[in-house]
Write a protein that binds this ligand. Sequence first.
Ligand code: ATP
Ligand code: MG
Length: 214
Amino acid sequence: MSYRRGALIVLEGVDRAGKTTQCMKLVQALQQSGRPAEMIRFPDRTTKIGQLISAYLEKKHNLEDHTVHLLFSANRWELEPMIRQKLEQGISLVVDRYAFSGVAFTSAKPGFSLEWCMSPDVGLPRPDLVLFLELNPAVAAQRGEFGAERYETSEFQKAVMQRFQQLMKDPSLNWQVIDAAKSIEDVHAEIKTHSEEAAEAAQHQPIAELWKRE
Ligand SMILES: Nc1ncnc2c1ncn2[C@@H]1O[C@H](COP(=O)(O)OP(=O)(O)OP(=O)(O)O)[C@@H](O)[C@H]1O
Ligand SMILES: [Mg+2]
């Protein structure tokens, strides 16, 4: 088979776990080992929908909770054609948060089921690897700037963590839990190993769809 697509690698985790730091290092490492790679992040605050989300997160205005959830999902769908195209061109994508954050955050609010929260993201490109950066909230809080944006309270973060645990039970996804309390370099080494393995395995496989029963 000559078909070689890029891998879709997602980094998830609680606030301050080191997702952005590790995404940037992973993209560099993949590029250095000869794999074309790019980073994307959600929410993508540069689009029109992203600007609505950004103003909401910065508490500049309020939005109804279902509406916010659907905007976050729409923000992923608006990039879906680009994601698919890049993967098919052989470019691996390292993604800073994806549908899992979307579901974990909304379903941590009262009155939202996991199922309802998952449905708008069903059918998005399924990641080949989801790295979950696990960090105790007390350690996360020591990493500074906690509490500036919406959702950044430790009680809410605890509820979010429980929802992530539920999502991690899904056997259709390749979840890897990483101890994010280790040094930046140690965390990076672990992430790199998992990512190279996943990229090798993914390159001859079609892009699958997230949370879709086959
Ligand atoms: N392994 C680590 N050990 C110590 N400090 C770290 C580690 N990884 C990241 N940091 C520091 O913690 C802070 C948060 O890191 P980063 O912004 O990468 O986290 P994040 O998960 O992207 O956070 P957010 O959820 O707010 O986007 C930064 O100041 C970063 O330098
Ligand atoms: Mg970040």
